[in-house]
Design a binder for this molecule. Structure first.
Ligand SMILES: Cc1cc2nc3c(=O)[nH]c(=O)nc-3n(C[C@H](O)[C@H](O)[C@H](O)COP(=O)(O)OP(=O)(O)OC[C@H]3O[C@@H](n4cnc5c(N)ncnc54)[C@H](O)[C@@H]3O)c2cc1C
Ligand code: FES
Length: 252
């Protein structure tokens, strides 16, 4: 885990209101693995850092993807190239792509695309064939950068691709990785108990100290999403105790 000053390099829009920020983050970019996140802070900004999955990493640069859902994300989207962001990471435990499956389905709902480009990269490097199933409420909310050996798009309103949720459009695969709204991940857990899911919780420190990121477990007790997670075996989470409204996950 490193703490680096990461200048903002560029910003691009990949769906209506959804932006990718490119940061120069030497040390973090070279070591981050799919499903890990960074905790970002800036001045003047909110008291607490804000956690974001690493979307892409290339050379000494990382990318994060976000929408304006509150004060912090709105400020980030107003920043100009050259402005400095303090970047703590890589944090958390990412997807396990070492167990030798031949095919993987990446399932993303809305901003749940966030960890998937790195997951596609790492899965391909491990020799897997990648199918990416990406869903959103409507065509203009679909991320334009979904990528894989096969890409399946799904919209709730049927304006593009499969009419229905991403979960209902997933083909057979040896391994399922998912990120999106909790209600979508709960559906994934019902259908594929061994799926690996990246969850979102409220976070404070991001480093295992404050216990602000508790994830309820089926076996009882809680884990820290920032340390033991944010990736879990789907059936290990007690979904009924997690809120279903969090903004990161906008649509199934
Ligand atoms: C491991 C992890 C990875 C994440 N990755 C991404 C990502 O790649 N892209 C992205 O857009 N968002 C991501 N999030 C969520 C993101 O951190 C929050 O949306 C962000 O902190 C909101 O900050 P804000 O100041 O704009 O909102 P605030 O003004 O603080 O709050 C606005 C709304 O967001 C809710 N909120 C605040 N903090 C969080 C939080 N940590 N988690 C969930 N809801 C929150 C509040 O309840 C409120 O409804 C991730 C969260 C976690 C825990
Ligand atoms: S956010 Fe502080 S322990 Fe996880």
């Amino acid at each position: 885990m490193l703490l680096v000053d990461a200048p903002l390099v560029a910003r691009r829009e990949v769906a209506r209101g959804m932006f990718v920020l490119t940061l120069e983050a030497s040390g973090v970019a070279e070591t981050v693995r799919a499903g890990q996140f960074v905790n970002l802070g800036w001045s003047p900004g909110p008291l607490l850092r804000r956690p974001f999955s690493v979307y892409k990493a290339d050379g000494e640069r990382i990318e994060v993807i976000l929408k304006a859902v509150g004060g912090g994300t709105s400020q980030m989207l107003q920043m100009k190239p050259g402005e400095m962001i303090s970047c703590l990471g890589p944090l958390g435990r990412g997807f396990d792509l070492t167990s030798g499956p031949r095919t993987v389905a990446l399932v993303s709902g809305g901003l749940g695309v966030a960890p998937m480009p790195l997951a596609a990269r790492d899965a391909r490097a491990a020799g897997m064939q990648v199918t990416w199933v990406h869903g959103a409420r409507s065509a203009d909310e679909l991320c334009s950068e979904a990528d894989g050996d096969e890409v399946i798009l799904a919209t709730d309103d049927g304006s593009k691709g499969f009419a229905g949720t991403a979960v209902n459009a997933v083909p057979d695969a040896d391994l399922v990785l998912a990120c999106g709204p909790n209600r979508m991940l709960a559906a994934v857990a019902m259908r594929w108990p061994d799926a690996q899911v990246a969850v979102e919780t409220y976070m404070g420190c991001g480093t295992g100290v404050c216990l602000g990121c508790a994830v309820p477990l089926v076996r009882g007790g809680y884990d820290r999403a920032c340390k033991e997670g944010p990736v879990y075996r789907a059936a290990d989470i007690e979904w009924s105790m997690l809120p279903s409204h969090l903004p990161y996950a906008i649509s199934a």
